[in-house]
Ligand binder design. Structure first.
Ligand code: UD1
Ligand code: CA
Length: 490
């Protein structure tokens, strides 16, 4: 392929995106973890254009803020009034008066183009020494796109917008994708001549093609190999279409890289997710942000992981994890909720209805059921019984609790932070622990049990319970152990 580094890329993104019916600028809507404009900028980046111009207008402050982070080298060009794509391109060329050579023009609302496709357009443009090279696509349903007209020999004659097309033209399935390579001088010249005698009273960039053809300039085309890559997003239905295509592309990429995805249709992931070979992902799983899953791990069904690392051989089932590190061989779920700052060591277990936050579990430790672990460090080989609460919040501040190696916390305990449960210590089930428990000790933080004999027979006489108790040999007398009491508790 010819080295065809463009002198500039111009991205048109000043439009309001009316059809989105959104307070958010259209190009800042997201799919697969990136804004629409972010996808466009990511496809352009490897082309290493000498200059990168983004035309903004509507809601430009928000978009400008995004570009400052995503593509700090990009130059912002302001199009005060949105008078059409041709006008937007003209404003950009006016801002770069000395620009010469090849200019790639594309839209901010076509997020699916790959770098390879853009390179193919630039390569054809260079090979053909063309004045304009446009990327077209043959769409099964070309409604709303500009149609490419050709003469009897198949040479491009121009582009007719959907709203300006008659029935015959509307049947044309070859559309304008909005991606073009132009010779800067030829484009400048054409844009100066563009009129607004069309249905929208706008300056259409598409008219530049017809003008250049009429002037006898070299206008060529490249037909996209996959029309889905050229989908534009004008409303939220098209956004969903584009997102599905991007999803397909991402899951196909990872399956080819050695990941088993049992139900690609219900598996969603962002562009920054990283997966290793022999990872298995089951249905209804969403992977967001920088989530990373290592070899041999299984995630799903029904998991949502955000910025989470799952180490080799770990298993996560029906769970929500955000900012968590799940150690090698660990098991999580079903129905676990791991919040930021959770770090699970090797072979740990976090089970059903367990929530964790700022929680560090040493290797082989288990928190199997119905527990809240907040602001805690748990050593290796510890066991936290069902229904334990790390009481970390006093209404004003959060406090930390430490549980030592091989400690055993009995079920239904409240560990009132800040607290230190020593190595090898036990906590008796049902304790409210308000003092530290030294290593090897058992902390018993509950009142003594007393049994009031015969209470049911006296106070609930005639009930099924009383009958069952009688059948089991109970009688209604108080035993001497009750002596001294004030009577039956109510
Ligand atoms: C445009 C093309 C159509 C093509 C389709 C491909 C024109 C006239 N039509 O139609 O042939 O099939 O894209 O997706 O070019 N913009 C500006 N300033 C403006 C107007 C638009 O910057 O004054 C930007 C928009 O923000 C958008 C892009 O240009 O990113 C395209 O504009 P849009 O209104 O979406 O054009 P389409 O109707 O999709
Ligand atoms: Ca569009």
């Amino acid at each position: 392929m010819t080295d065809a580094r463009p002198a500039a890329v111009i991205v048109l993104a000043a439009g309001q995106g009316k059809r989105m019916k959104s307070a958010l600028p259209k190009v800042l809507h997201t799919m697969c973890g990136r804004t629409l404009l972010g996808h466009v900028l990511a496809a352009i980046e490897p082309l290493q254009p000498e200059r990168m111009l983004v035309v903004l207008g509507h809601e430009r402050d928000q978009v400008e803020g995004f570009i400052a982070e995503a593509a700090p080298k990009a130059e912002i060009v302001l199009q005060e009034q949105q008078r059409g794509t041709g006008h937007a391109a003209r404003v950009a060329l006016e801002a770069a008066a000395d620009l010469a050579g090849t200019v790639l023009v594309m839209h901010g609302d076509t997020p699916l183009f790959t770098t390879e496709t853009l390179q193919a357009v630039l390569a054809r443009h260079a090979e053909q020494r063309a004045d304009a090279t446009m990327l077209t696509a043959v769409m099964p349903d070309p409604t709303n796109y500009g149609r490419v007209t050709r003469d009897a020999d198949g040479h491009v004659t121009g582009i007719v917008e959907d709203r300006d097309a008659d029935d015959l033209v509307k049947q044309i399935q070859e559309i304008c994708t909005g991606v073009y390579a132009f010779d800067a001088v030829a484009l400048r010249d054409a844009l100066d001549q563009i009129a607004t005698d069309n249905a929208q009273q706008e300056e259409y960039l598409t008219d530049a093609i017809g003008l250049l053809v009429k002037e006898g300039k070299a206008v060529v085309s490249v037909v996209a190999g996959d029309w889905r890559e050229t989908l534009g997003v004008n409303d939220r239905v098209q956004l969903a279409d584009a997102r599905r295509y991007m999803r397909d592309r991402l899951v196909n990429h990872w399956m080819r890289a050695g990941v088993t995805i049992t139900d690609p249709q219900t598996t969603w992931m962002g562009v920054r997710v990283r997966l290793e070979p022999d990872v298995t992902i089951h249905q209804n799983t969403q992977l967001h942000g920088t989530t990373t899953i290592r070899s041999g791990a299984t995630v799903g069904p029904d998991c949502t992981l955000t910025n989470t690392v799952v180490e080799a051989g770990a298993t996560v089932v029906k769970s929500q994890c955000d900012g968590a590190e799940i150690g090698p061989g660990a098991t999580v779920g079903p129905y676990s909720y791991l919040r930021p700052g959770t770090r699970l060591g090797a072979r740990t277990k976090v089970g059903a209805f367990v929530e964790t936050k700022q929680a560090d579990l040493g290797e082989d430790s288990k928190v199997p059921h119905l527990t809240y672990v907040g602001d805690a460090t748990i050593g290796a080989g510890a066991n936290v019984g069902a229904g334990t609460v790390f009481v970390n919040y006093d209404g004003v501040d959060k406090h930390h609790t430490t549980v030592g190696d091989a400690a055993f916390v009995g079920s239904g305990s409240m560990l009132v932070a800040p607290r230190d449960i020593g190595a090898g210590a036990y906590v008796a089930a049902g304790s409210v622990i308000t003092e530290d428990v030294p290593p090897g000790a058992i902390g018993v933080g509950r009142s003594r049990q007393r049994n009031v004999l015969g209470w049911v027979l006296r106070r609930r006489a005639g009930t099924r319970s009383a009958q069952a108790a009688t059948a089991a040999g109970a009688d209604g007398t108080m035993e001497p152990t009750d002596a001294g009491q004030q009577g039956d508790p109510q």
